[in-house]
Design a protein around this ligand. Structure first.
Ligand code: SAH
Length: 350
């Protein structure tokens, strides 16, 4: 007897699902019914799909699989607002997903790769290199996992930040599939505006993203006001130096009409001095841009420290005095290893 490899359904669009069902003789409208079970209702067994016949459910189970996740670890902040989960896929590869209960709604921070290849000197995600890309379905499954948790409290996911482990634009097609899927009415129907993608600055992919006609918010990790310092912190700067990154940011803002956010992680004695603030202000002045200052979450393996509060405030004030739009990230969950990759790294190192 020949056994066919089963096809994973999670991560398919309704039309693709309908197409995959064709050989089983299911009517085209069944595609939408099935994805609604999977994405809207959180069903993970064919047997629970009660608008299909028993015979159809048995046939489906023979040919298709539905991805199931397992939770390897969870940490909750003392104030109860931030929860971090280490979530494993069927091949036992695990990523971090974080739920942040903000005053304006529930935000989920998701990972797009297992590990990361970018090698930024302050980040925990990249310590073990890149293991693999996540599929669109695996990226989506993190959001739906949290959404099912929230349903139990009569809540839902309101916004998404693609700021967990991995470089999303290095996994472009899978990330785009995820963004389009989560927007579908048969999925969560999230508006593109409630999705933020953060990149270390892959210029060709930023340019490509600008042409997709999906007005998500783009955040670019800058972290330094000159090439010499940025190259020390972020090796990718050798390939795409600051001038190219800023030009791509400008272009994104022009095409989409959306302000770009530049993230700047403040590290004591490295990039947090008045000279850096002035250089940064000169660089960003007159652009359709926001600056998001993030005091570093110290990663023990990295030996980098958080600046004194007075230095953080002085940096912020200097940028404001140059009329830049500045926000200081409200830190959530620093008591639970919320810096990207810290929980996974800790569990793996054991
Ligand atoms: N690869 C993407 C997404 C990564 S994480 C990117 O580089 O943008 C989202 C943000 O957190 C990035 O700006 C990243 O540089 C920053 N970050 C990483 N490690 C950090 C740490 N230990 N403390 C503060 N910010 C950190």
């Amino acid at each position: 007897m020949v056994t066919l490899a089963k096809t994973e359904l999670f991560g398919l669009f309704a039309a693709e699902t309908a197409e995959a069902m064709k050989p089983l003789g299911l009517e085209p409208y069944r595609g939408k019914q099935i994805v609604e079970w999977l994405y809207k209702h959180g069903v993970r067994e064919f047997d629970a799909m009660t608008n299909l016949s028993k015979d159809q459910r048995v046939k489906l189970a023979l040919r298709f699989t539905i991805m199931k996740l397992s939770q390897k670890a969870a940490q909750h902040s003392v104030d109860g607002r931030t929860s971090k989960f280490l979530i494993a896929f069927p091949d036992d590869m695990a990523v971090e997903t974080v739920l942040m209960r903000q005053p304006y709604g529930n935000s989920v921070c998701i990972s797009t790769q297992v590990g990361c290849a970018m090698g930024c000197s302050f980040c925990a995600s990249t310590l073990g290199g890149l293991a693999r890309n996540l599929t669109g379905g695996e990226i989506l499954s993190q959001v739906l996992y949290i959404n099912e948790l929230l349903k139990q409290e009569d809540h839902k996911v309101d916004s998404i930040v693609i700021m967990g482990s991995g470089e999303p634009l290095a996994n472009y097609d899978n990330v785009l599939r995820f963004i389009r899927l989560i927007h579908e009415p048969y999925c969560l129907g999230l508006s593109y505006r409630s999705i933020t993608l953060s990149t270390s600055g892959l210029v060709p992919e930023i340019n490509k993203l600008a042409e997709e006609a999906i007005p998500i918010t783009l955040s670019i990790s800058l972290h330094a006001p000159n090439n010499e310092l940025r190259t020390r912190l972020m090796p990718i700067n050798k390939r795409y130096p600051i001038e190219q990154v800023l030009a791509a940011g400008n272009r994104y803002a022009e095409i989409t009409g959306r302000r770009v956010t530049y993230e700047y992680t403040l590290i004591a004695g490295i990039n947090d001095q008045p000279v850096h603030a002035r250089e940064l202000a000169a660089l960003l002045k007159g652009r359709l841009a926001n600056v998001n200052l993030i005091p570093i979450n110290p990663v023990p393996e990295r030996g980098l420290l958080r600046p004194a509060q007075t230095d953080i405030v002085r940096f912020e004030q200097l940028l404001k005095s140059e009329h830049l739009n500045v926000t200081l990230r409200r830190e959530m969950g620093t008591d639970i290893d919320a810096a990207c990759g810290q929980l996974r790294h800790k569990v793996l190192s054991k």
